[in-house]
Write a protein that binds this ligand. Structure first.
Ligand SMILES: C[S@@+](CC[C@H](N)C(=O)[O-])C[C@H]1O[C@@H](n2cnc3c(N)ncnc32)[C@H](O)[C@@H]1O
Length: 265
C-alpha cells in the first residue's frame, strides 16, 4: 500500500480549528439550503447504497465520520447497528442527539467530539465505517492512513462525496460561498479514485447528473410533488447516462465502497 505524500499533521491544526468554529457557529446558516437539497427523498438511494454495502452483523459497531446533524446516523441506527457519530462540532452533535432522541429515544448511538484525522479509537477496532460529505473537508492521505489503522482486516468503509465539476452545483457554490467553510474542497473523480485505490478491494459509482435540475422547482409553491416526480424521472435517466465514462466526471456525487484486505501489510 503506497500513500501519496502526506502533509505534516501540524499544518492541519489551523484548518481543523477553522472547520470546528465554522460548524459550531455558522453551520446553522446552511439549514434552508439543506432542506431543499437533502430532505427526503433526495439522497435516500445514495445513503441506502452505502448502508447496504456495510453488511455488518446486527448490533455491529459502525462509525459515522463527520456525522453532522445525524441524518445518516439515524438511518444506520434504525438499520440495527450500534453507531458512533463522530464530529468536530459540538453544535452539530447536539443537533444529532436531539434528532435521534426525538425519533427513537432508545437507539444505540454514541456521540463523540473528535477529529477524523486523528480518530480516537484503537487500531483494528472499527469493522464498519460510514461517511457522507466529509472527506472533502479532510486531508485525504491522512484520512486513508487513519482508515487503514482503525479498520480490521476485511473491515469495510463507504463514503458519498460531492465532486467538483457538476455545472449547476458549481454555479450554486459560486453564488453562495458563505454557506460553506473556506477549506472544504469537492474533489475531482480522479482524486476520489486515487483515494479508493489505496484499498485492496474497492468500487466506485457516480450519482446525480441531471437530477439536481429538479431542485429548481422544489422551492416553488406546491413544488414538492413536482420535485418528487421530476427527481425520480431524472434519476432514472442518470442511471443510463452515467454508464458513459465521459459523463461521470460531471456527476455531483461519487460513492466509494472500500474493503481493507488481509494480505497487504
Ligand atoms: C457537510 S457536513 C456533512 C454532515 C453529514 N455527514 C451529512 O451528510 O448530513 C460535514 C461534517 O463534517 C464535520 N467535519 C469537518 N471536518 C471534520 C474533522 N476533521 N473531523 C470530524 N468531523 C469533521 C463537520 O463538522 C460537519 O458536521
Amino acid at each position: 500500500m503506497v500513500f501519496p505524500e502526506t502533509v505534516e499533521r501540524e499544518s492541519r491544526r489551523e484548518v481543523i480549528q477553522r472547520e470546528l468554529e465554522w460548524h459550531d457557529q455558522e453551520g446553522h446558516k446552511r439549514r434552508p439550503l439543506d432542506r431543499i437539497l437533502y430532505a427526503p427523498p433526495a439522497f435516500d438511494d445514495v445513503v441506502q447504497a452505502g448502508v447496504d454495502f456495510l453488511q455488518g452483523e446486527p448490533g455491529a459497531w459502525v462509525l459515522d465520520i463527520g456525522g453532522g446533524e445525524g441524518k445518516q446516523t439515524l438511518t444506520l441506527a434504525e438499520t440495527g447497528y450500534r453507531v458512533i457519530s463522530l464530529d468536530l462540532s459540538q453544535a452539530q452533535l447536539a443537533e444529532a442527539r436531539e434528532r435521534i432522541e426525538q425519533k427513537h429515544p432508545g437507539l444505540n448511538v454514541f456521540f463523540v467530539q473528535g477529529n477524523a484525522e486523528e480518530l480516537p479509537f484503537k487500531a483494528g477496532s472499527l469493522p464498519r465505517i460510514y461517511g457522507k460529505a466529509v472527506i472533502h473537508h479532510l486531508d485525504m492521505p491522512i484520512m486513508a492512513q487513519e482508515l487503514h489503522r482503525v479498520l480490521p482486516d476485511r473491515g469495510r468503509a463507504t463514503f458519498a462525496e460531492p465532486l467538483a465539476y457538476h455545472p449547476l452545483i458549481g454555479l450554486g457554490r459560486l453564488l453562495t460561498p458563505r454557506l460553506r467553510t473556506q477549506d472544504e474542497r469537492p474533489m475531482s473523480r480522479s482524486e476520489l479514485l486515487t483515494f479508493a485505490r489505496q484499498f485492496t478491494c474497492w468500487n466506485a459509482q457516480e450519482a446525480y447528473l441531471l437530477a439536481p435540475l429538479a431542485y429548481l422547482v422544489r422551492p416553488l409553491p406546491a413544488g414538492e410533488w413536482l420535485f418528487r416526480g421530476l427527481y425520480s424521472l431524472l434519476r432514472l435517466i442518470d442511471s443510463w447516462l452515467l454508464r458513459l465514462p465521459l459523463l461521470r466526471d460531471l456527476a455531483w456525487y461519487g460513492l466509494l465502497f472500500l474493503e481493507k484486505g488481509g494480505s497487504e501489510e
